[in-house]
Design a protein around this ligand. Structure first.
Ligand SMILES: Nc1nc2c(c(=O)[nH]1)N[C@H]1C(S)=C(S)[C@@H](COP(=O)(O)OP(=O)(O)OC[C@H]3O[C@@H](n4cnc5c(=O)[nH]c(N)nc54)[C@H](O)[C@@H]3O)O[C@H]1N2
Ligand SMILES: Nc1nc2c(c(=O)[nH]1)N[C@H]1C(S)=C(S)[C@@H](COP(=O)(O)OP(=O)(O)OC[C@H]3O[C@@H](n4cnc5c(=O)[nH]c(N)nc54)[C@H](O)[C@@H]3O)O[C@H]1N2
Ligand code: SF4
Ligand SMILES: [Mo]
Length: 894
């Protein structure tokens, strides 16, 4: 099939979410919906999609979009908005110099968007003050790659993960965060059962379902573990001396430091048993084909760059890099984290993998851009950048494609900085986010499905994002917005007519003065006309000019043992384990859940995705919970010197004692008390500037609520209004309305008034029930016979068949019997509660799977799939189903 098929109106594009970069086939339907399927021809996914990718069609509605520019809170035309931006930036620069302005962008912008913004800031405004959320994400990997290889190169390919005999997954919850890679690995392991998988993560995550060994190490003890590994490799004679001698520098210094670390020191620091450490070290020593995959458990750390180099050291020492089935592999998070690095979107980069500190590189770029004013030094990194905004040295800030009031550490301080900033521009696709609330000018950007350009995935594969929907309202592509402002600021070189023209310039720059000196080279893609660009097939870089047909084979770097340091050799880095950090009672770890993406601006729109985990939580070990008198459904308060969050307790032995995990996703829009970024400290890695978002010293205590509540509502509740008086409220979309969890600290004076306020209909007819013994009160509200909502309030956490209650939103008519049942909060015995949703594709709940397994009718993931369909579409829930089978099977009498 071609990338567009006019008759079926089918368009081939790339997923909006993670760095796996799956190909998607999108087909707009007659009823206005869009059918989404995996692209069978795309080499990232070969037709597979995960739960988030499959649900993209549910996130394309226009209700929450911003469709016209907004200036000071009122709708405006583009001319007014862009003039205002251009004028204010120009005046600020005239008065205070180029470093008084900044851009804060995102790995979710397309390469073309990113390229134009970077050119404007670094080439024409003349400041390095352009940083991005990649600082929170990939900066330590970039810094580690540069130290080791002399360039920011990810050497391997996805096929290497499938072909490895040992796969080490460290700081990476692949099952939830890169589900299609995880599925590819699971399939490879099924075919080659001798393949071994080691998961290194303080938590027992869904990824551990595939693990032969899980090392639940103490937070931030990775450097000790991998230094110990280097030592063990040398003891066991597993070092490839010839490779080390021919292709590297610095081995003896690195080994000298590693030698000071014995297995018992590793055990003391990591909290792991000697035997487990030895098993891992032996496996690594004797398995030639080894790949080490890592992501945020490695990068988001005060020792993140050292963690990266401790890992790479072990691969260089064994010569396991540049060969099939080997290598260190940093998986990228965002759809275009790699593209952002290619255009040099971060404050300490230039463009096309050139270095801002390198005069020859500056000369190349300045000449190519005809740039009068090229920045001569790096700008401020994210944490410093917002600090400069707060201090008033940065006076005009443009935020695009990111939601820093949620996703930055010390996030309340970021909010304060934006409040104090004289001029804040935000380009976003939504009207209301925690960040757009601070915008003096809000610019409506084109969204996924409307925009046109390229993204690069974790294995350096460039794929097209193609539009299949018209631009709504006055939304415009981000590159066009930046180019228009540049022109209005009086700069030349921004007359692009299409994304293809931008891409062509980017491709030409990558080849300029390169001749193999730089890894990033896509000169072979220069000169594409509109049709050629439109038809561009997924292709891995490098694509050097004249190097033959692009994209026909898997490309691996360093096969010849040549690296990008001037002498062509890779560097060992003599890393030392960090000093023990905090003395706080808990280490706060933050990260992701399977079915939400970042600040929920898209996944929060999908009822299916919101059903998997419907409220924010803190994962606590049972011993800690007992000590703090916290029981399962309680609320807990997680605090640091920076801020406080209130979330639900999730007591589980998957967690280590002394650690608490809270997801990063919930915002003011969905659960105002649960913005965990406000609790996270802004401490950063000294080399990369990446914040240590996985290890904030914190305290945890039971949150004393006077009452708890659960509600189902037909219409979206106004959390800004209702939430103000409540200690806790979390809202999630359901198929036919909304579900809400609530709690308050002050005794409820008028429960009925609250119920009516939630239903937003003061003249509703209510039926009520009060349990005098427990003090529980329940209300159902109707208007003209239609259900508006039901509200359940109680001095204790509300126990109900929640999913059954939520399903009642779909009922058309409520007779007396249905009303009674609704108030009782449970269905008839023949309609059991499915329980929390595990399979979002077919809405299959945990109770259904448990009952099936307990009845002896299914004992495998396949059998559960055959009986209930669960796990048979996208497969993202297969590891959870397997865990449920394990747990349920224990209860089955022998
Ligand atoms: N569902 C979903 N998928 C996503 C995203 C999403 O928002 N939702 N976001 C995408 C993005 S941008 C990114 S960057 C990736 C992130 O993908 P991952 O890095 O896989 O995700 P995280 O949950 O942030 O963290 C991974 C793991 O690191 C562990 N960890 C914490 N501290 C340590 C430590 O000291 N050492 C080790 N070894 N491990 C530790 C955590 O317990 C966690 O399980 O996911 C991408 N995919
Ligand atoms: N506590 C904690 N915090 C973290 C992390 C963590 O693990 N823990 N992880 C960090 C990491 S790795 C990352 S990547 C960040 C992600 O954090 P963010 O980048 O803040 O998260 P998103 O929700 O993806 O924000 C994207 C924004 O861009 C908008 N948008 C979507 N499409 C477009 C478009 O085409 N153009 C424009 N202009 N806007 C668009 C969306 O509406 C949304 O407001 O979070 C970081 N923060
Ligand atoms: S794994 Fe899922 S979220 Fe990631 S690109 Fe593929 S479909 Fe999208
Ligand atoms: Mo990320």
């Amino acid at each position: 099939m071609k990338h567009t098929d006019e008759t079926a109106r089918t368009v081939k594009t790339t997923c909006a979410y993670c760095g796996v970069g799956c190909g998607i086939v999108a087909t707009p339907q007659a009823d206005g919906s869009v059918a989404i399927a995996g692209d069978p021809d795309h080499p990232a996914n070969f037709g597979r999609l995960c739960s988030k990718g499959s649900a993209l069609g549910e996130t394309l509605g226009l209700e929450e979009r911003v469709l016209l520019p907004v200036v000071e809170g009122r709708q405006a035309g583009w001319d007014e908005a862009l003039d205002r931006v251009a004028r204010t930036f120009t005046r600020t620069i005239e008065a205070h110099g180029p470093d008084s302005v900044a851009f804060y962008l995102s790995g979710q912008l397309l390469t073309e968007d990113y390229y134009v913004a970077n050119k404007l800031m670094k080439g024409f405004i003349g400041s390095g003050n352009i940083d991005t959320n990649s600082r929170l994400c990939m900066a330590s990997s970039v810094a580690g790659h540069k130290r080791a290889f002399g360039a920011d190169t990810v050497p391997g390919t996805y096929a290497d993960l499938e072909n490895a005999d040992l796969l080490v997954l460290t700081g990476s919850n692949l099952a939830w965060c890169h589900p299609v890679i995880f599925q590819r690995i699971a399939a490879a392991k099924a075919v080659r059962p001798h393949m071994r998988i080691v998961v290194i993560d303080p938590r027992r995550t869904a990824t551990c379902e595939l693990a032969d060994i899980h090392l639940a190490l103490a937070p931030d003890s990775d450097v000790a573990l991998f230094c110990g590994l280097l030592h063990a490799l040398s003891e066991s004679g597993a070092i490839d001396d010839a490779y080390v001698a021919r292709h590297t520098e610095g081995f003896s210094a690195a080994l000298r430091v590693a030698r000071t670390i014995k297995v018992r020191d590793v055990a003391a620091r990591t909290g792991l048993a000697d035997a487990d450490i030895r098993s891992f070290y032996d496996l690594f020593a004797w398995t030639e084909k080894t790949v080490t995959v890592y992501s945020q458990g490695v990068n988001q750390s005060a020792s993140g760059t050292d963690k990266v180099n401790a890992i790479i050291n072990c691969h260089l020492a064994t010569g396991r890099i540049g060969k099939p089935g080997t290598g260190p592999f940093s998986v990228t998070g965002q759809p275009n984290a790699m593209g952002g690095r290619e255009v040099g979107g971060m404050a300490n980069m230039l463009a096309a993998h050139m270095a801002i500190e390198n005069p020859a590189h500056r000369e190349t770029v300045a000449t190519f851009w005809n740039a009068p004013n090229l920045a001569e030094r790096p700008g401020l990194k994210a944490v410093e950048l917002f600090e400069a905004v707060r201090a008033g040295t940065i006076k005009a800030l443009w935020i695009g494609g990111t939601n820093p009031v949620v996703s930055m550490p010390d996030a309340d301080r970021v909010a304060a900085a934006l409040r104090a900033c004289p001029f804040v521009v935000v380009s976003d696709v939504l009207r209301h986010t925690d960040t757009t609330a601070f915008a003096h000018v809000l610019l409506p950007a084109a969204a996924w499905g409307e925009k046109n350009g390229t993204v690069t995935n974790s294995e350096r594969r460039i794929s097209r994002q193609r539009p299949f929907l018209p631009l709504p309202g006055e939304a415009r592509p981000d590159w066009a917005i930046f180019a228009d402002v540049a022109r209005r600021m009086g700069f030349s070189g921004f007359g692009y007519k299409s994304a293809a023209e931008v891409f062509d310039e980017h491709a030409r720059l990558s080849a300029r003065g390169n001749e193999g000196a730089r890894d990033f080279d896509i000169g072979g893609l220069a000169g594409l006309d509109e049709a050629g660009y439109d038809g561009l097939e997924p292709v891995q870089w490098p694509v050097r000019e004249g190097a033959g047909t692009p994209g026909t084979d898997d490309k691996r770097f360093f096969a010849d043992g040549r690296f990008y340091h001037a002498d062509g050799r890779a560097r060992f880095v003599a890393v030392e384990p960090p000093q023990d950090g905090t003395c706080a009672p808990f280490i706060l770890n933050t990260g992701r859940v399977r079915d939400h993406w970042h600040t929920m601006t898209r996944t929060g729109l999908s009822a299916r995705l919101s059903a998997h985990i419907a409220e924010p939580f803190a994962e606590l070990h049972p011993e800690d919970a007992r000590r703090l008198a916290i029981s399962a459904a309680d609320l807990v308060e997680v605090s640091s010197p920076h801020g406080t969050a209130v979330v639900r307790a999730l007591v589980t032995d998957r967690q280590r004692p002394g650690s608490v995990f809270v997801p990063m996703h919930w915002t003011k829009r969905y659960a105002p008390s649960a913005r965990i970024g406000a609790v996270a400290h802004p401490i950063s890695d000294p080399h990369s500037g990446q914040p240590a978002l996985k290890s904030t010293g914190a305290t945890v205590r039971r949150f004393e609520a006077a009452w708890y509540g659960f509600a189902i509502l037909k219409t979206r509740p106004d959390l800004e209004r209702i939430g103000a008086g409540l200690a806790y409220v979390a809202a999630a979309r359901s198929g036919d309305g909304w579900r809400l969890e609530l709690a308050g600290t002050a005794a409820l004076k008028d429960a009925r008034a609250l119920a009516l306020e939630l239903c937003a209909q003061p003249s509703a007819e209510t039926v009520a029930y009060r349990d005098a013994r427990t003090g529980a009160e329940r209300f159902a509200a109707f208007f003209e016979g239609q259900l508006l909502g039901a509200v359940y309030l109680s001095p204790e956490p509300v126990a109900l068949q929640r999913n059954w209650v939520v399903a009642q939103l779909a009922l058309e008519r409520f007779g007396p019997q249905e009303r009674v049942q609704l108030l009782a909060g449970r269905g008839r015995a023949d309609r059991p509660d499915p329980g929390a949703i595990v399979c979002s594709c077919f809405s299959v709940g945990i109770n259904q799977i448990t009952a099936l397994v307990a009845s002896g009718q299914a004992a495998s993931v396949e059998a559960v799939g055959a009986a209930l369909n669960a796990g048979t579409n996208c497969g993202s829930c297969r590891s959870e189903i397997s865990t449920i089978i394990g747990r349920a099977a224990i209860k089955v009498p022998a």
